[in-house]
Design a binder for this molecule. Structure first.
Ligand code: ATP
Ligand code: MG
Length: 158
């Protein structure tokens, strides 16, 4: 279905903001204008739920989580950036593999299965987008993804 992404993203962030710890800050940097994407809302909710809960889960000391979205001519680009534990440079591409977890003992304490980002990658690729991460150990992690934007001209036609 056709979804206005900024409103959709804000609602998901609101839900996390209501439940967040007081030592955690949220910083939203989202465009004011509407951006339309053709997507399965349930699946994108699952992607964002996992990416945001990772940012929370792997930021044990709190810090700020930054939410960014902007559009290029044809694409929407979304980022979720935390100031958490990060990970070594050579693992940053592996976190999208099924069951991969950066540090087995650390991960066991945190809970989860290691499937969240593998599912997220499948879903973003099914929407003709890309998802990737950047990270610095002890500094934090950014997860970025893209989605094709619907052309404004065809609005209402779909
Ligand atoms: P699940 O999502 O299935 O509950 P999970 O969170 O461990 O479990 P993924 O979401 O797939 O699994 O993430 C894979 C691994 O990538 C995590 O176990 C963690 O080691 C690392 N990781 C993911 N996001 C972050 C982040 N924001 N900061 C640091 N490490 C991260
Ligand atoms: Mg996860």
């Amino acid at each position: 279905e056709r979804v206005e992404f900024v409103g959709f993203f804000n609602q998901i962030i609101d839900r996390f903001e209501m439940n967040k710890d007081e030592n955690m800050e949220f910083d939203r940097n989202l465009p004011k204008k509407n951006m339309y994407v053709w997507m399965d809302k349930d699946k994108l909710t699952q992607v964002l739920d996992n990416v945001i809960s990772n940012a929370v889960k792997y930021s044990p000391e709190g810090g700020t989580i930054h939410f960014d979205a902007y559009s290029t001519r044809k694409q929407l680009r979304v980022s979720v950036t935390d100031e958490g534990i990060g990970m070594p440079a050579d693992t940053v591409d592996k976190i999208f593999d099924r069951f991969y977890r950066v540090d087995k003992s650390r991960a066991r304490e945190m809970g989860g299965t290691g499937l969240g980002l593998a599912i997220a990658r499948e879903m973003i690729e099914a929407h003709h987008g890309k998802i990737w991460a950047e990270s610095k150990e002890g500094k934090g992690t950014s997860v970025h993804f893209t989605l094709p934007l619907m052309s404004q001209k065809r609005r209402g036609n779909s």
